[in-house]
Design a binder for this molecule. Structure first.
Ligand code: HEM
Length: 128
């Protein structure tokens, strides 16, 4: 008698829910002065960034591995090496994602769990 445990991907509402979270994340990065530091690292248009983060997060959250299907292995740390990522950049990224999760009204327990996982990945991306 197994109990079905939803993946975070399912809890977020699948591909569309992940897309809405990613869109809010990059909208906030564009809008909020507090995230200007990491916004400046990104290209002028965020369309490609939105698609890539969306594809990556779908897999990372337990759904289809769209990023790998489209681009191959993420090599996430190597791909971030061109950008100077220290504590300040890590914390801006995490605050931006935290705000996006809050505004998307994610279940509080899920948001806490994801925030912990995001912290691990964001901290691993630090290169200074
Ligand atoms: C720690 C702070 C972080 C900063 C400052 C940062 C910044 C960036 C920048 C500037 C890009 C290039 C955008 C583009 O080419 O359109 C990028 C790409 C990307 N980031 Fe981050 N990032 C951070 C953390 C994270 C985390 C925690 C994740 C995943 C949970 C993530 C996932 C990605 C992905 C999937 C890409 C696309 C990689 C590619 O195919 O080129 N990033 N990031």
């Amino acid at each position: 008698m197994g109990v079905a445990v939803a993946t975070p991907y399912e809890a977020l509402g699948g591909e569309g829910g992940v897309r809405a979270l990613v869109d809010r994340f990059y909208d906030l990065m564009d809008l909020e002065p507090g995230y200007a530091g990491i916004r400046a690292l990104h290209p002028a248009t965020l369309d490609g960034s939105r698609d890539k983060l969306h594809g990556f997060l779908c897999g990372w959250l337990g759904g289809p591995d769209l990023y790998v299907q489209r681009h191959g292995h993420p090599r996430l740390r190597a791909r971030h090496l061109p950008y100077r990522i220290g504590i300040a950049e890590r914390d801006q990224w995490l605050s931006c994602m935290g705000q996006a999760m809050h505004e998307r009204e994610l279940d509080a327990a899920l948001a806490r769990r994801l925030a912990e996982s995001f912290f691990g990945t964001a901290d691993w991306m630090r290169n200074v």
